[in-house]
Design a protein around this ligand. Structure first.
Ligand code: GUN
Length: 301
């Protein structure tokens, strides 16, 4: 059997949510301010609706005000722009999240650019990407922030570690690289055109998989004792052919988990690893956005 330690993101995220709730309680007592999160969804993709529902529920659990705006799939750009403009000036709203992907007729870049950077709790605005790149305080994308928290909890100092990130998306790969650089890692960002990807992965003390391809990273791509963070959430047919024929699915990561636990030192499972950290960090970002809006230094989460 495998020997890797399981990194329990679900338990860690529950701790983060609890700390955010306590910090938000102190903020309310100190200055009567309740952090508010507005979530906007366009269309009726069931998976997106479920994510959005969960975000709203978690925000309420943390004692936040939660505002959910569900717009029809044929919403035009001007209507969405107007809603963002209203949320930007709404004093009860400290964080704005527009659920992605948007329907194809809408301009995602324009929508994300329209959000006030200081309410951009997803950290997707170019101003926040720039702040992160030059080391200024700002709002950091939730998934890579959650990965960094798990890595620091697991390893303590990351200084000098060889980190390999597989995937170069704006949402995970690139901000993850900035965060790990900031934590003094030596960072390689690998992607679909990388030559000898298995060889590059084998160098990693820290391997972050964020490619969106089910079980692409095999056990023999992993250095013995490495810490593996699996960001992938891929729905695939059930492994039992009878259940698969009945349309049943299961969720797997970007890492071949059964192989990886034989070699890695520690690994995040899917589900129950990185996933729960994303919403926890969204709440942490909303709390810190509320504090900054009020001119208060946020408590450390
Ligand atoms: N869709 C999938 N993940 C995310 C996320 O983290 N933020 C937003 N806005 N949309 C998403």
């Amino acid at each position: 059997m495998g020997s890797a330690r399981l990194i329990d993101g679900k338990a860690f995220a529950a701790g983060v949510v609890e700390r955010v709730r306590d910090a938000a309680d102190r903020l309310r007592e100190a200055c009567g301010l309740t952090p508010g999160l507005a979530v906007v969804i366009v269309g009726d993709d069931p998976a997106s609706r479920l994510y959005v529902r969960n975000k709203g529920l978690r925000a309420q659990e943390a004692g936040f005000a939660s505002f959910t705006h569900v717009l029809p799939a044929d919403t035009d750009q001007a209507t969405l722009d107007n809603l963002i403009a209203e949320l930007n000036i709404d004093p009860a709203v400290h964080g704005i999240l527009v659920q992605l992907p948007l329907p194809a007729h809408l301009d995602t870049t324009a929508v994300l650019s329209a959000i006030d950077p200081d309410k951009d709790v997803d950290g997707f605005h170019v101003v926040n990407a720039g702040r992160l790149a030059v080391g200024l305080p700002g709002l950091v994308p939730c998934t890579p922030l959650g990965c960094l928290m798990l890595l620091q909890a697991e390893l303590g100092s990351l200084s000098g570690a060889e980190a390999v990130i597989v995937g170069r998306s704006n949402i995970v790969g690139k901000p993850m690289a900035q965060l790990l650089l900031g934590a003094d890692c030596t960072v390689t960002v690998a992607h679909s055109r990388t030559r000898d990807l298995p060889g590059v992965c084998r160098r990693a003390d820290i391997l972050v998989a964020a490619v969106g391809r089910p079980e692409m990273i095999r056990g023999d791509w992993i250095k013995s004792g490495a810490t593996v963070i699996d960001v992938g959430i891929n729905r695939v047919p059930h492994s039992d052919p009878v259940l698969a024929a009945a349309g049943k699915t299961r969720v797997v990561g970007d890492v071949a988990f059964a192989e990886a636990i034989e070699v890695a030192g520690a690994i995040t499972p899917v589900p129950g690893g990185v996933g729960p950290m994303t919403i926890a960090c969204l709440l942490a970002n909303t709390y810190s956005a509320a504090c900054r809006r009020a001119g208060i230094v946020p408590d450390r989460i």
